[in-house]
Write a protein that binds this ligand. Structure first.
Ligand SMILES: *Cc1c(COP(=O)(O)O)cnc(C)c1O
Length: 229
Protein backbone atom coordinates (compact mmCIF):
# COMPACT_ATOMS: atom_id res chain seq x y z
CA UNK A 1 0.00 0.00 0.00
CA UNK A 2 1.22 3.50 -0.81
CA UNK A 3 0.87 6.54 1.45
CA UNK A 4 -1.83 7.88 -0.89
CA UNK A 5 -3.78 4.61 -0.69
CA UNK A 6 -3.51 4.54 3.10
CA UNK A 7 -4.78 8.11 3.30
CA UNK A 8 -7.70 7.35 0.97
CA UNK A 9 -8.67 4.39 3.14
CA UNK A 10 -8.27 6.43 6.31
CA UNK A 11 -10.52 9.18 4.94
CA UNK A 12 -13.21 6.60 4.25
CA UNK A 13 -12.98 5.33 7.81
CA UNK A 14 -13.14 8.91 9.16
CA UNK A 15 -16.22 9.60 7.06
CA UNK A 16 -17.91 6.37 8.21
CA UNK A 17 -17.13 7.07 11.88
CA UNK A 18 -18.39 10.66 11.57
CA UNK A 19 -21.64 9.60 9.95
CA UNK A 20 -22.17 6.87 12.55
CA UNK A 21 -21.90 9.61 15.20
CA UNK A 22 -24.20 11.97 13.24
CA UNK A 23 -21.33 14.37 12.65
CA UNK A 24 -19.93 16.04 9.54
CA UNK A 25 -16.58 14.58 8.41
CA UNK A 26 -15.38 18.16 7.77
CA UNK A 27 -15.48 18.81 11.54
CA UNK A 28 -12.57 16.42 11.91
CA UNK A 29 -9.04 17.39 10.91
CA UNK A 30 -6.60 14.62 10.19
CA UNK A 31 -3.21 15.44 11.67
CA UNK A 32 -0.74 13.18 9.94
CA UNK A 33 1.94 12.20 12.48
CA UNK A 34 5.20 12.32 10.56
CA UNK A 35 7.63 11.96 13.49
CA UNK A 36 9.34 8.82 12.11
CA UNK A 37 9.44 9.71 8.43
CA UNK A 38 11.45 12.01 6.22
CA UNK A 39 10.46 14.87 3.93
CA UNK A 40 9.86 12.55 0.93
CA UNK A 41 7.03 10.68 2.62
CA UNK A 42 5.61 13.92 4.03
CA UNK A 43 5.46 15.24 0.45
CA UNK A 44 3.56 12.12 -0.61
CA UNK A 45 0.98 12.75 2.11
CA UNK A 46 0.80 16.42 1.13
CA UNK A 47 0.21 15.43 -2.50
CA UNK A 48 -2.64 13.21 -1.28
CA UNK A 49 -4.26 16.33 0.20
CA UNK A 50 -3.05 16.31 3.82
CA UNK A 51 -2.10 19.78 5.12
CA UNK A 52 -1.68 19.12 8.85
CA UNK A 53 1.40 17.33 10.13
CA UNK A 54 2.34 16.41 13.69
CA UNK A 55 5.84 16.13 15.12
CA UNK A 56 6.92 15.32 18.65
CA UNK A 57 10.51 16.53 18.70
CA UNK A 58 10.93 20.31 18.72
CA UNK A 59 14.09 20.42 16.62
CA UNK A 60 12.69 17.80 14.23
CA UNK A 61 9.68 20.00 13.69
CA UNK A 62 11.82 23.07 13.07
CA UNK A 63 14.05 21.23 10.58
CA UNK A 64 11.18 19.65 8.62
CA UNK A 65 9.24 22.92 8.59
CA UNK A 66 12.28 24.61 7.05
CA UNK A 67 12.82 21.87 4.50
CA UNK A 68 9.19 21.89 3.41
CA UNK A 69 8.48 25.61 3.75
CA UNK A 70 7.72 25.91 0.03
CA UNK A 71 4.61 23.72 0.28
CA UNK A 72 1.67 26.16 0.32
CA UNK A 73 -0.72 25.88 3.25
CA UNK A 74 1.23 23.25 5.18
CA UNK A 75 0.50 23.41 8.91
CA UNK A 76 2.67 21.99 11.67
CA UNK A 77 1.39 20.63 14.97
CA UNK A 78 3.61 20.00 17.95
CA UNK A 79 2.33 16.92 19.81
CA UNK A 80 5.33 15.83 21.90
CA UNK A 81 6.43 16.45 25.45
CA UNK A 82 7.16 20.16 25.65
CA UNK A 83 9.98 21.61 27.72
CA UNK A 84 10.51 25.29 28.37
CA UNK A 85 13.88 25.40 26.65
CA UNK A 86 12.33 23.95 23.46
CA UNK A 87 9.56 26.52 23.19
CA UNK A 88 11.76 28.67 20.97
CA UNK A 89 11.68 25.97 18.26
CA UNK A 90 7.93 25.50 18.30
CA UNK A 91 6.44 28.96 18.82
CA UNK A 92 5.60 30.64 15.55
CA UNK A 93 6.56 27.72 13.26
CA UNK A 94 3.66 25.76 14.70
CA UNK A 95 0.00 26.16 13.76
CA UNK A 96 -1.01 24.49 17.04
CA UNK A 97 0.90 23.25 20.09
CA UNK A 98 -1.08 20.30 21.54
CA UNK A 99 0.95 19.61 24.66
CA UNK A 100 0.86 22.54 27.09
CA UNK A 101 0.86 21.33 30.70
CA UNK A 102 2.04 24.15 32.95
CA UNK A 103 1.61 27.87 33.60
CA UNK A 104 5.37 28.30 33.10
CA UNK A 105 5.01 26.96 29.54
CA UNK A 106 2.05 29.25 28.89
CA UNK A 107 4.13 32.26 29.98
CA UNK A 108 7.14 31.23 27.92
CA UNK A 109 5.05 30.67 24.78
CA UNK A 110 3.34 34.02 25.33
CA UNK A 111 6.69 35.77 25.71
CA UNK A 112 8.16 34.16 22.55
CA UNK A 113 5.01 34.81 20.54
CA UNK A 114 4.95 38.46 21.63
CA UNK A 115 8.60 38.88 20.62
CA UNK A 116 7.78 37.39 17.20
CA UNK A 117 4.68 39.58 16.85
CA UNK A 118 2.22 36.70 16.52
CA UNK A 119 -0.48 34.83 18.41
CA UNK A 120 0.21 31.19 19.24
CA UNK A 121 -2.74 28.80 19.59
CA UNK A 122 -2.30 25.93 22.03
CA UNK A 123 -4.16 23.02 23.59
CA UNK A 124 -3.86 21.89 27.19
CA UNK A 125 -2.85 18.24 27.53
CA UNK A 126 -4.59 16.10 30.14
CA UNK A 127 -3.21 12.87 31.57
CA UNK A 128 -6.54 11.44 32.68
CA UNK A 129 -5.26 8.01 33.70
CA UNK A 130 -2.39 9.53 35.71
CA UNK A 131 0.22 7.51 33.81
CA UNK A 132 3.74 8.26 34.98
CA UNK A 133 5.15 7.95 31.44
CA UNK A 134 2.90 10.62 29.95
CA UNK A 135 2.84 14.34 30.46
CA UNK A 136 -0.31 16.31 31.03
CA UNK A 137 -2.28 17.68 33.95
CA UNK A 138 -5.07 16.15 36.03
CA UNK A 139 -8.68 17.27 35.69
CA UNK A 140 -8.37 19.15 39.00
CA UNK A 141 -5.48 21.20 37.62
CA UNK A 142 -7.39 22.38 34.56
CA UNK A 143 -9.17 25.42 36.00
CA UNK A 144 -6.04 27.01 37.49
CA UNK A 145 -4.09 26.40 34.29
CA UNK A 146 -6.84 27.95 32.15
CA UNK A 147 -6.78 30.90 34.55
CA UNK A 148 -3.13 31.48 33.67
CA UNK A 149 -4.06 32.45 30.09
CA UNK A 150 -5.73 35.61 31.44
CA UNK A 151 -2.37 37.37 31.67
CA UNK A 152 -1.43 36.48 28.06
CA UNK A 153 -1.94 38.61 24.99
CA UNK A 154 -0.14 36.35 22.53
CA UNK A 155 -1.01 32.82 23.62
CA UNK A 156 -4.54 31.48 23.29
CA UNK A 157 -6.00 28.20 24.50
CA UNK A 158 -8.31 26.72 21.87
CA UNK A 159 -8.95 23.25 23.26
CA UNK A 160 -7.83 20.12 25.06
CA UNK A 161 -5.73 17.09 24.16
CA UNK A 162 -5.34 13.65 25.66
CA UNK A 163 -3.68 10.31 25.00
CA UNK A 164 -5.37 7.47 26.92
CA UNK A 165 -3.56 4.30 27.99
CA UNK A 166 -3.07 1.75 25.24
CA UNK A 167 -5.82 -0.88 25.03
CA UNK A 168 -6.21 -3.77 22.58
CA UNK A 169 -9.91 -2.97 22.51
CA UNK A 170 -10.29 0.70 21.46
CA UNK A 171 -13.70 0.92 23.09
CA UNK A 172 -11.91 0.86 26.44
CA UNK A 173 -10.37 4.23 25.53
CA UNK A 174 -13.82 5.77 25.05
CA UNK A 175 -14.35 6.76 28.72
CA UNK A 176 -11.19 8.92 28.54
CA UNK A 177 -12.39 10.58 25.36
CA UNK A 178 -15.78 11.22 26.90
CA UNK A 179 -14.14 12.68 30.00
CA UNK A 180 -12.14 15.12 27.85
CA UNK A 181 -15.30 16.26 26.12
CA UNK A 182 -17.05 16.74 29.47
CA UNK A 183 -14.14 18.86 30.71
CA UNK A 184 -14.33 21.00 27.58
CA UNK A 185 -18.07 21.44 27.99
CA UNK A 186 -17.65 22.41 31.65
CA UNK A 187 -15.26 25.24 30.80
CA UNK A 188 -17.51 27.23 28.57
CA UNK A 189 -16.31 30.16 26.51
CA UNK A 190 -15.96 33.44 28.34
CA UNK A 191 -15.26 31.88 31.70
CA UNK A 192 -11.53 32.45 31.33
CA UNK A 193 -9.95 35.27 29.33
CA UNK A 194 -7.76 33.95 26.52
CA UNK A 195 -9.58 30.61 26.51
CA UNK A 196 -12.14 29.41 23.96
CA UNK A 197 -12.25 25.64 24.03
CA UNK A 198 -13.32 24.44 20.59
CA UNK A 199 -10.99 21.58 19.89
CA UNK A 200 -10.58 18.07 21.22
CA UNK A 201 -7.35 16.45 20.03
CA UNK A 202 -7.81 12.75 20.68
CA UNK A 203 -7.57 9.46 18.80
CA UNK A 204 -4.62 7.72 17.12
CA UNK A 205 -4.31 4.83 14.63
CA UNK A 206 -5.75 2.29 17.06
CA UNK A 207 -8.66 4.26 18.46
CA UNK A 208 -9.55 7.26 16.28
CA UNK A 209 -12.99 5.90 15.43
CA UNK A 210 -13.90 5.73 19.12
CA UNK A 211 -12.51 9.27 19.53
CA UNK A 212 -14.61 10.59 16.64
CA UNK A 213 -17.66 9.00 18.22
CA UNK A 214 -16.84 10.94 21.42
CA UNK A 215 -16.36 14.30 19.68
CA UNK A 216 -12.74 14.54 18.46
CA UNK A 217 -12.06 17.50 16.16
CA UNK A 218 -8.37 16.65 15.61
CA UNK A 219 -7.13 13.09 15.27
CA UNK A 220 -3.41 12.30 15.28
CA UNK A 221 -2.58 9.36 13.03
CA UNK A 222 0.85 8.02 12.08
CA UNK A 223 1.05 4.23 11.76
CA UNK A 224 -2.08 3.85 9.61
CA UNK A 225 -0.53 6.21 7.07
CA UNK A 226 3.16 5.39 7.11
CA UNK A 227 3.15 1.85 8.51
CA UNK A 228 4.86 0.72 11.71
CA UNK A 229 8.16 2.32 12.52
C1 LIG B 1 3.12 9.01 17.73
C2 LIG B 1 1.93 9.74 18.23
C3 LIG B 1 0.68 9.61 17.62
C4 LIG B 1 0.42 8.69 16.44
O1 LIG B 1 0.26 7.38 16.87
P1 LIG B 1 -0.06 6.18 15.83
O2 LIG B 1 -0.47 5.08 16.71
O3 LIG B 1 1.20 5.93 15.08
O4 LIG B 1 -1.15 6.65 14.94
C5 LIG B 1 -0.37 10.38 18.12
N1 LIG B 1 -0.21 11.22 19.16
C6 LIG B 1 0.98 11.36 19.78
C7 LIG B 1 1.09 12.30 20.93
C8 LIG B 1 2.08 10.62 19.35
O5 LIG B 1 3.25 10.76 19.98
Amino acid sequence: MTVAQNIAELRQRITRAAHAAHRHPEEITLVCVSKYVDADLIRQAYDAGVRDFGENYAQGLRDKARELSQLPGIRWHFIGGLQRNKVKYTTGTTHLIHSVHSAALVQEIDRRAAAAGLTQDVLVQLNLAGEATKSGITAEELSPLLESFASCDNCRCVGLMTMPPFFDDPQRAAPYFTRLRELRDQHTSGEHKGVALQHLSMGMSGDFEAAIECGATLIRVGTSIFGPR
